[in-house]
Design a protein around this ligand. Structure first.
Ligand code: MN
Length: 202
């Protein structure tokens, strides 16, 4: 029996709008069916940024990207590594309360699955863990807003470790698109981060 079937009774007895009990993580499981996850959360914290996250070995490896991703290969976007997040964070949208780390509203700006391009093209097929160690990650994103190859390149190590997020040159590159401006809404609820802040009591 699948997890879905096993949890059917639990699911049917509850109204998820009314109860604070956890819903079965169907959403997460369905997403993962297509491959490892990526998620980009727009986060209106003390400074607005985009949290870029890749599922690697059971956690979400994470970077804060102040300007967010670009579809123009000429735009190199600063990406500062942050702590690993649990996989379940991929479904989080809402308000982190005042006084808590990262206080502010969060929307799921884009989400989907990814492929490790280096594993497909290089001898030895480096794992994502090896690519992260080397500071050279190349992934194909299959999201709702972002598609195609993206590189994450570490250019500084140590205390001030820093990376660049760069659209690779392929058929999905587009210097005229500006999705962070033209498509600001959540891919889950179609709300903006401002609306989430208002509705969820920020
Ligand atoms: Mn953040």
């Amino acid at each position: 029996m699948t997890d879905d079937a096993r949890l059917d009774h639990y699911r049917r007895r509850r109204d998820w709008e009314q109860t604070p009990e956890p819903a079965p993580d169907d959403e997460l499981r369905n997403l993962q069916a297509g491959g490892p996850l990526f998620v980009i959360q727009k986060h209106d914290a003390s400074t607005l940024h985009y949290d870029f996250r890749l599922e690697v070995d059971g956690v979400l490896k994470s970077w804060a990207v102040p300007k967010g991703p670009s579809t123009d290969p000429e735009d190199k976007r600063l990406a500062v590594p942050t702590e690993d997040h649990p996989l379940s964070y991929a479904t989080f949208e809402g308000v982190i309360p005042e006084g808590q780390y990262g206080a502010g509203a969060v929307v799921v700006w884009d989400r989907g699955t990814y492929r490790n391009l280096r594993a497909e093209t290089e001898e030895g097929a480096p794992s994502m863990a090896a690519c992260l160690d080397e500071g050279q990650v190349e992934v194909w994103l299959q999201g709702e807003k972002l598609r195609g190859g993206f590189a994450l390149v570490r250019f500084r190590e140590g205390e001030d470790e820093a990376w660049l997020l760069i659209k690779m040159k392929d058929a999905e590159a587009d210097a005229r698109r500006n999705p962070t401006s033209t498509e600001p809404e959540s891919v889950v609820t179609q709300r903006t981060v401002e609306e989430v802040g208002e509705e969820d009591g920020w």
